[in-house]
Design a protein around this ligand. Structure first.
Ligand code: C2E
Ligand code: MG
Ligand code: MG
Length: 617
């Protein structure tokens, strides 16, 4: 069954590396010893044509072993064949020496031990096969050439017995080595099996047997580096959750297994994975033959969605597929997967069977999904920083408060994302409170709030978190800041859902001394009714009113009406977006209590603002 292409397991790799090292060392050391012995022969004047030709053949064989090991070419085969060749050459040379009467007395131990060293690390079958040859050669050599030196006066029967004993000793030593080799090979095989099993378990999805996410990424990285371009398809089943709920989890599991089998069976699938839940991914073969990518995606879709027959009837599965290609290895793996995921979402949204990633269409969605992935680690890595913007008395222009705003710094993107980009994402991911606690902690560590206030922004979901006020008080407590130094800026969405609960939380905050401001007043749809529903102390009039106030007398009157409305309701008014002195003067005349805007000061990272304040004082 085709699942994936696995590379060699790490254990097999380890054993093959060991064989290579042994072959390399044996070859190199053998060459050294060979030339050393040759040198000794030449210097002692004992060299002759036979010795020199033996040395030459050994050198040739050892050089072949070393080269093949170095180049990783058929290491085991050349090593075994090479050592066997040396074994044969050794015996041929020794027997010729015997026949030509060049044998020396010290040659006898050599015929027992040199062959033994030659075969010591070979396969057990080779050892058992060479044992009788070695025994026969020793017997022949002892009887014919050595026995007259060892026991010249022995009876022929004793001489024969001695030769037999030496032959048996040598043959059995080969067999003993064979048994040790057999045990070692078994242990190696077992180890390879155990490690391979562990690797398979760690790299496959327990339910479907496909690759898991980590192994898929490894495989993707490997294929990409080999082929320089890689094609992937991201597969997501449609409405799997309701199916799971309707038929139960065991049926859900069987559906996933069935889908996995179907994915495996599709031609051109080089690797397949279950990334989690009902999400699958495949890497397609580099060569699709005469098929176009559309044909392959269509086939993949058709294969997955064909109905599954069940005892209780037929289950229809739907799926959406997104396809993306990685052209250069410089692209990131996770980026490629996200591109395919983004295309898949577009396919799902438009009820198409599949969609091919198209930067022109998908880049905006991809950017959002990229931010979603990066934001979490940005918070953990301290890239989310606190910024503050001053709020001043409209008449005296004395700074009376700051608004806490969030900045994403050192993001690694071409341009750091602005709050307008990432705040909605943080809201969707439920990360806004985490961001608030981080930035508030940083701001409180630098600001002196004995005379001034600090305004924080809180979305409805933030307020609804069960520990919102509790955590807020504990952060304030950590910095010895009174709750009355805090203004909570809310938007009118607070009144759209769970109004009673939100109002209760705001009232509790108020009872603790905090101030409540309605932010961006005038931008929503039901601003006036909000004023009645929410417990408020302050209205922040949206910057669009200021900008428009220059365009017509009517717009100027609306700005005035908004300021007056606040006054009549007993609320403090703050006009946002004051970018010039003219606007500052105008809203002061119109009766605004406080102002905020670039003219007064742009939002600044707290650490920079703090440094400036210290220099000024
Ligand atoms: P906001 O609460 O109304 O904050 C004021 C926004 O107006 C800030 O944008 C500020 O930089 C900008 N601004 C201030 N003065 C001027 C001006 O004179 N001219 C112009 N053109 N703009 C001005 P920023 O920092 O980009 O924040 C945008 C929005 O993102 C904020 O609007 C707020 O709703 C939200 N936000 C920012 N930080 C946080 C946060 O930590 N938590 C939550 N929940 N929302 C946040
Ligand atoms: Mg605000
Ligand atoms: Mg605002």
């Amino acid at each position: 069954m085709k699942v994936v292409h696995f590379h060699t397991s790490s254990a097999e790799q380890g054993v093959s590396d060991r064989a290579r090292l042994i072959a390399l060392c044996t070859g190199a050391l053998g060459l050294f010893i060979n030339f050393f012995v040759c040198g000794v022969y030449i210097l002692s004047g004992e060299s002759n044509a036979l010795v020199l030709s033996e040395v030459a053949v050994y050198a040739l064989i050892l050089a072949v072993i070393t080269t093949c090991a170095f180049r990783r070419y058929r290491i085991k085969q050349t090593f075994t064949a090479g050592l066997l060749a040396i074994f044969v050459v050794f015996w041929v040379g020794t027997l010729i020496e015997g026949i030509t009467e060049q044998t020396a007395p010290f040659d006898f131990p050599l015929v027992l031990f040199v062959p033994l060293f030659l075969v010591i690390i070979l396969h057990h079958r080779v050892l058992f096969a060479t044992a009788p040859i070695q025994a026969a050669c020793v017997y022949f050599y002892t009887c014919e050439f050595a026995i007259l030196d060892i026991g010249p006066n022995w009876l022929p029967s004793d001489q024969n017995a001695y030769a037999l004993m030496m032959s048996a000793f040598s043959g059995f030593s080969f067999c003993a080595l064979g048994i040790v080799a057999f045990a070692r090979e078994r242990a190696d095989a077992k180890m390879i099996e155990v490690i391979a099993e562990k690797e398979t378990l760690a790299s496959t999805d327990g339910l479907t047997g496909l690759l898991n996410r980590r192994a898929f990424m490894d495989e993707l990285r490997h294929l990409w580096s080999v082929h320089k371009t890689v094609r992937i398809a991201f597969i997501d089943l449609d409405h799997f959750k309701p199916l799971n709920d309707q038929y139960g989890h065991s049926v859900g599991d069987q559906i996933l297994c069935k889908v996995a089998d179907r994915i495996r069976s599709v031609p051109f699938v080089a690797a397949a994975a279950r990334l989690g839940g009902d999400e699958f991914a495949v890497v397609l073969e580099k060569d699709l033959g005469s098929q176009s990518i559309d044909d392959v995606l269509s086939l993949l879709h058709q294969t997955i969605v064909s109905d599954i027959r069940w005892e209780s009837g037929v289950i229809t599965i739907g799926t959406s597929i997104g396809y993306a290609e990685g052209k250069t290895v410089r692209q990131s793996l996770s980026g490629l997967l996200r591109s395919a995921d983004t295309a898949m979402r577009r396919a799902k949204g438009s009820r198409s069977d599949w969609a091919v990633f198209n930067p022109r269409i998908d880049n905006a969605a991809l950017a959002t999904s990229t931010l979603e992935v990066e934001l979490k680690s940005a918070i953990q890595n301290g890239q989310i920083k606190a910024a503050i913007q001053p709020i001043a008395d409209a008449k005296s222009r004395k700074v009376v408060a700051h608004e806490l705003l969030t900045r994403w710094t050192d993001s690694g993107f071409e341009r750091d994302p602005s709050p307008k980009d990432f705040i909605p994402i943080a809201e969707k991911l439920g990360l806004l409170n985490e961001i608030l606690w981080v930035t508030l902690d940083e701001a409180l560590a630098h600001l002196d709030l004995r005379e001034q206030k600090l305004a924080i922004n809180a979305s409805p979901a933030q307020l609804l978190a069960s520990d919102f006020l509790e955590t807020l008080l504990s952060v304030l407590g950590r910095h010895d800041v009174r709750p009355s130094a805090i203004t909570i800026e809310i938007t009118e969405e607070v009144a759209f859902r769970n109004v009673e609960r939100n109002v209760a939380i705001l009232e509790e905050a108020r009872s603790l001394g905090m101030t409540i401001a309605l932010d961006d007043f005038g931008t929503g749809y039901s601003s006036l009714s909000m004023l009645d529903t929410l417990p408020l102390d302050k209205l922040k009039i949206d910057q669009s009113f200021v900008r428009k106030s220059d365009q017509s007398a009517q717009s100027k009157s609306i700005l005035l009406a908004a300021i007056r409305l606040a006054k009549q309701l007993g609320l403090e008014s703050c006009v946002e977006g004051i970018e010039t002195q003219k606007f500052a003067a105008r809203v002061a005349v119109l009766g605004a209590d406080t102002i905020q805007g670039y003219w007064l000061g742009r939002p600044q990272l707290v650490k920079d603002a703090h440094q400036q304040l210290q220099i000024a004082s």
